[in-house]
Design a protein around this ligand. Structure first.
Ligand code: ADP
Ligand code: MG
Length: 387
């Protein structure tokens, strides 16, 4: 969807901002550009909407070389969100959000209707915030308006330059979470600039790690953390990359163990006998639909003897995580409940349990996959794979 082919930018004063950039952002993909200040991230981004012109190479958007596209028309297809937000101070939040639709000639009522929809989507009730002025909002709320405004004309492409850089860490994490949820609904093609590696691995489907004016590695977050391509990348992602990796490696069906299971409506005695035969101290309790209910100990069942059903003795489960959640979530549940395992559900359906040993194995598995090159991106430009 966005394709850089050997793009370079030398500013008139001789500064080489970027050199020989080649990469591609697929449709609906979110690619984060991460690197220290001055490494060329903003320059890269501004070349996509032609606020800056490259001095070599070419950039294609949707297969079309943008050098031949009228910049004004181009920018209608590309939403742009920046850290300073740039809201008009004397216009209401609603009118700020409706800026682009109004600019491209939508009727006023339709533009406002659309703006209200978008404010709602970013978590700002239009009936409360629509009539406010930017100065009457918190920093986090202003950022949300910035995102709503960029989405208002429904552009397929979104450029975001450190959009959450100016807000405090707590608000920032909330904005990131909301933004991920939003992206799962709108599926825009997004180039997202940040200097924060945590933010980059959290948000990106893939990450481009920038050195000075060039890409050192372009890959999935798990691969960048698990197998840094260069010593520079290893330093940049930090010594705790193993920990960061917990946040980007997901729980898969294969990581799960199948513990003994008891049914809610089963007689206690029968369940106890079966567990004794299996040498099990506890069992996961499922309802008749196979949904997770809780757990029961073999001792409790044995004491109950022939009386009652598993339902009388089962305890509700405190901790569970959904399949596909990051390993970090399972790990933190284990720590919080001081548990030796955590139940994993697929919807409400019980899928298995994750144990510390399996968690470790899952981490190893993704490292191995990277080392075998399985999780690599498909971009085959020499300049990228050489990085
Ligand atoms: P980043 O966004 O990663 O901080 P930039 O793309 O803004 O980096 O800048 C990359 C390099 O280009 C820096 O060395 C910066 O000083 C330089 N630069 C940016 N804009 C200009 C300009 N208009 N003229 C000359 N040099 C510039
Ligand atoms: Mg910048």
């Amino acid at each position: 969807m966005i394709r850089f082919e050997q793009v370079g930018k030398v500013y008139p004063d001789g500064t080489t901002a970027v050199d020989d950039l080649s990469f591609e952002v697929a449709e609906g993909e979110l690619v984060t550009l991460v690197g220290p200040s001055g490494c060329g991230k903003t320059t890269t981004m501004m070349m996509v909407n032609r606020l800056i012109e490259p001095t070599s190479g070419r950039i294609l958007v949707d297969g079309e070389d943008i050098a031949g596209v009228d910049p004004v028309k181009l920018r209608r297809r590309i939403g742009y969100v920046i850290q300073q937000v740039g809201l008009f101070p004397h216009r209401t939040v609603l009118d700020n959000t409706a800026t682009v639709p109004a600019l491209i000639g939508w009727r006023k009522a339709r533009a406002r209707e659309r703006a209200a929809e978008l404010l709602d989507l970013v978590g700002l009730d239009p009936s409360v915030y629509g009539s406010r002025y930017p100065a009457q909002l918190s920093g986090g709320q202003r950022q949300r308006v910035g995102v709503a405004r960029a989405l208002a004309a429904d552009p397929p492409v979104l450029l975001m330059d450190e959009p959450f850089g100016a807000v405090d860490p707590v608000v920032r994490e909330r904005l990131q979470n909301e933004f991920l949820k939003l992206q799962s609904q709108v599926r825009k093609t997004i180039l997202f600039v940040t200097h924060d590696i945590e933010e980059a691995v959290r948000l990106g489907d893939r990450i481009a790690v920038y050195g000075q004016g060039r890409i050192e590695q372009f890959d999935t977050p798990a691969a960048v953390l698990g197998a840094p391509a260069t010593p520079y990348v290893a330093r940049f992602v930090g010594a705790d990359r193993g920990l960061k990796r917990l946040s980007v490696t997901t729980i898969e069906e294969d990581d799960l163990e199948q513990p003994p299971v008891a049914r809610l409506d089963e007689p206690a005695g029968a369940a106890a006998a079966r567990m004794r035969a299996e040498g099990a101290r506890w069992a996961v309790v499922l309802d008749p639909d196979g949904d997770l209910h809780g757990w029961v100990s073999a001792d409790a069942l044995t004491i109950a003897g022939e009386q009652g059903t598993v339902a009388d003795l089962a305890r509700r489960m405190d901790a569970w995580v959904p399949l596909g959640a990051p390993l970090k979530k399972a790990f933190s549940e284990m720590l919080q409940y001081d548990a030796g395992w955590v139940a994993v559900v697929d919807g409400a359906h019980f899928a298995g349990v994750l144990t510390p040993a399996k968690l470790h194995e899952a981490l190893r598995r993704s490292v191995d996959a990277d080392e075998r090159g399985i999780a690599r991106d498909e971009v085959d430009f020499d300049s990228v794979s050489d990085a």
